[in-house]
Design a protein around this ligand. Structure first.
Ligand SMILES: *[C@@H]1O[C@H](CO)[C@@H](O)[C@H](O)[C@H]1NC(C)=O
Ligand SMILES: *[C@@H]1O[C@H](CO)[C@@H](O)[C@H](O)[C@H]1NC(C)=O
Ligand SMILES: *[C@@H]1O[C@H](CO)[C@@H](O)[C@H](O)[C@H]1NC(C)=O
Ligand SMILES: *[C@@H]1O[C@H](CO)[C@@H](O)[C@H](O)[C@H]1NC(C)=O
Ligand SMILES: *[C@@H]1O[C@H](CO)[C@@H](O)[C@H](O)[C@H]1NC(C)=O
Ligand SMILES: *[C@@H]1O[C@H](CO)[C@@H](O)[C@H](O)[C@H]1NC(C)=O
Ligand SMILES: *[C@@H]1O[C@H](CO)[C@@H](O)[C@H](O)[C@H]1NC(C)=O
Ligand SMILES: *[C@@H]1O[C@H](CO)[C@@H](O)[C@H](O)[C@H]1NC(C)=O
Length: 524
């Protein structure tokens, strides 16, 4: 076999020989090229001979055929396609031993078809090799060229080196030109490269606790809970561990009595996120555990993370919270109390400072100008009663306030704009008593608009409305009943009602009742 060099052609990830033998293999060749069919001998025996058959007929020798452990067809034609079997014989055994079955397809293509694809990950670095021990070349190798998708890459040599990107996907053809018995031949093989997209790596992460201080009392039973994001999908769990350390030592080593409990769950969503919860149970806290780091650790090939918990002697926490919360609480309670007792507080303050008793400042003589506007309905007499009898009793006698009451203090019943402007000007407020329909009188549908039958009073009230509209005296509207219809009142009065609301009096109101407090609060 001198002069014949065996160039070994192969692929980095070629299938093992035993597998090849077990199954029918396929080989593709381009018409006109050379092709080598290889007999995969398990162990090489001495004095071994090989016999080749094609479609049950023995292969006849010719100048274009070389027979050995490989059968070379140097110039293929399509009729060479067929089913080839290699049988080996040796001196020790009479019967032949079938080593290989190959199905050869000779095709009219530029590049041979690819066989089993190789899968590689994006970002990896791989070398595709054209020289290994499973495929042999006859003769002297002149050149090895690399083609991708049947286009020249310009790369020569037995290896092509790839930094795998998604663009690396494709069919790589290794084309070997060799010289045998004075002639040049070409043989080629194609491998398909499939690139798997690299998924972004999701690193595991301790979500809670990150860095926590817990105030506990000795003797307490506590649970330290740690939530960890493991990764995407359930398979992220593989090779991942979640555990606690105490003072940087494995908990089970120094405190076997502490219990650790890990439960994991998949949170379904857009991408299924896998979490684990590790609970460390300390059945009885003692001084040993104070101020040492408790670490919740997650460790996997994708990364690691850590959460820290420290235990501190208890009590402090409550004091601290109290220090923060107490002032806020006091303020809130204070505000609430003030809102609730605002009127009483202000009235008490005024009493203490002697304010409001007399209408002295600013030349004011009266605390209020009281005017009841009524017609002859039942509600009207209530209003009149309130203005003429009850108000003086409560406000004048009990609380020493000065009132000017229309119908009691005016010299004449005639409505006189000048006089009234005078009196109103001397008053700090105007108390306008309006009759409601009254709870005693719910059947009465007609509203008690104080503009009707009693001409005297009605005109008096109209004068008052215009005086009010001109003077800047505060007006307090008191309704001596309920459900009055104010829609017919002058707009100025309506807007006062809208702005300030009305005080509603009923005969059930006690002299010390809230109504009087509110009234006094607004009067002074
Ligand atoms: C191989 O053949 C040689 C003679 O050519 C012989 O001496 C030798 O014993 C043979 N070996 C075996 C294993 O049969
Ligand atoms: C064994 O085979 C070799 C060649 O394959 C041959 O030369 C030799 O004579 C054989 N020996 C016997 C004992 O058959
Ligand atoms: C080869 O012979 C086997 C039986 O010995 C038969 O089953 C098979 O079809 C034959 N193949 C061809 C291509 O003739
Ligand atoms: C690569 O080869 C495979 C199998 O022969 C074929 O299906 C595929 O389309 C080829 N890819 C390219 C890019 O030529
Ligand atoms: C690929 O080949 C280059 C040189 O061409 C070498 O440095 C590298 O180690 C090889 N890589 C592998 C995975 O064989
Ligand atoms: C064979 O190839 C070599 C180198 O590529 C070249 O020099 C030579 O002429 C070729 N011979 C024939 C017969 O094509
Ligand atoms: C661990 O946690 C699971 C679920 O929360 C609970 O069912 C189990 O009893 C716990 N095991 C221990 C030893 O506490
Ligand atoms: C605290 O408890 C641990 C285990 O629970 C124990 O090993 C240690 O001696 C105790 N230390 C004290 C000061 O009680």
């Amino acid at each position: 076999m001198k002069g014949i060099l065996f160039l070994i052609l192969s692929w980095a990830m070629s299938v093992s020989m035993s597998k090849c033998r077990a199954q029918q293999r396929e080989t593709y060749a381009i018409e006109g090229d050379a092709v080598g069919l290889h007999c995969y001998t398990g162990e090489v025996m001495q004095n071994q001979t090989f016999s080749w058959t094609k479609d049950n007929d023995s292969v006849i020798s010719s100048p274009h055929i070389f027979k050995g452990s490989s059968l070379w067809i140097l110039r293929t034609v399509s009729s060479d396609s067929g089913h080839y079997v290699c049988t080996s014989f040796s001196n020790s055994t009479e019967t032949g031993h079938v080593e290989s079955r190959v199905l050869l397809s000779v095709e009219k293509e530029k590049c041979p078809r690819a066989l089993t694809p190789i899968q590689v990950n994006e970002g990896e670095h791989i070398n595709l090799t054209c020289t290994e021990d499973s495929i042999e070349t006859l003769g002297q190798t002149l050149q090895v060229q690399w083609w991708k998708d049947c286009e020249s890459t310009g790369v020569q040599g037995t290896e092509i080196s790839l930094d795998v990107s998604m663009d690396s996907t494709g069919n790589y053809t290794c084309m070997v030109i060799f010289r045998y018995v004075g002639e040049n031949y070409t043989t080629s093989h194609t491998r398909q490269l499939k690139v798997l997209k690299k998924e972004p790596v999701e690193k595991p992460q301790v979500i809670h606790p990150r860095n926590e201080i817990l105030y506990v009392k000795p003797g307490m039973r506590i649970k330290l809970e740690c939530t960890v994001f493991i990764g995407l999908g359930e398979e992220a769990q593989e090779g991942t561990s979640v555990y606690w350390t105490v003072n940087d030592e494995l908990m089970s080593d120094i405190f076997p009595q502490l219990q650790e409990n890990v439960t994991c769950y998949l949170q379904m969503g857009e991408d299924d996120r896998f979490y684990c919860k590790s609970t460390l149970i300390i059945s009885e806290v003692n001084a040993t555990f104070f101020d040492v780091p408790f670490k919740c650790i997650v460790l996997s090939s994708r990364g690691s993370d850590m959460g820290l918990v420290s235990l501190r002697q208890g009590g402090q926490s409550n004091t601290q919270t109290l220090l923060i919360i107490a002032p806020a609480l006091i303020i809130v309670v204070g505000v609430v109390l003030f809102m609730f007792f605002k009127i009483d507080i202000i009235l008490a303050y005024r009493r203490l400072c002697g304010k409001g008793k007399t209408a002295a400042p600013g030349g004011k003589i009266y605390n209020a100008y009281v005017c009841y506007c009524h017609d002859n309905s039942i509600g009207s007499s209530t209003a009149e009663n309130l203005a003429l009898k009850i108000m003086p009793e409560v406000l004048e006698q009990r609380h020493d306030l000065e009132l000017f009451i229309h119908g009691r203090d005016d010299a004449s019943a005639e409505a006189n704009v000048a006089d009234m402007t005078d009196v109103v000007g001397q008053s700090r407020t105007v108390l306008l008593v309006l009759p409601g329909s009254g709870p005693a009188n719910p059947i009465e549908e007609i509203s008690n608009i104080p503009l009707s039958t009693d001409q005297d009073n009605a005109s008096h009230c109209q004068v008052l409305y215009s005086v009010i509209a001109q003077c800047s005296v505060p007006v307090i509207v008191v309704e001596s009943g309920e459900n009055a219809d104010y829609s017919l009142l002058p707009e100025s009065i309506q807007s006062i009602i809208q702005r300030n609301g009305i005080l509603r009096w009923s005969p059930a109101v006690q002299p010390s009742g809230r109504f009087w407090k509110q009234l006094r609060y607004h009067m002074t």
